[in-house]
Design a protein around this ligand. Structure first.
Ligand SMILES: [Zn+2]
Length: 45
């Protein structure tokens, strides 16, 4: 296979929310990720 499967989480994405910027709650709705403040970016390096 010439194609390499990309990892689900990029280095530039927040590892806590998978780069989405929020958490999906089991009971419904979503909560803003406090790690990246909803940006979905990994600010820590
Ligand atoms: Zn986050």
């Amino acid at each position: 296979m010439m194609y390499k499967i990309k990892p689900k989480i990029k280095e530039s994405d927040c590892p806590y929310c998978d780069g989405k910027g929020y958490f999906q709650l089991l009971l419904g709705g979503s909560e803003t990720c406090g790690c990246c403040n909803g940006t979905g970016e990994n600010s820590t390096e």
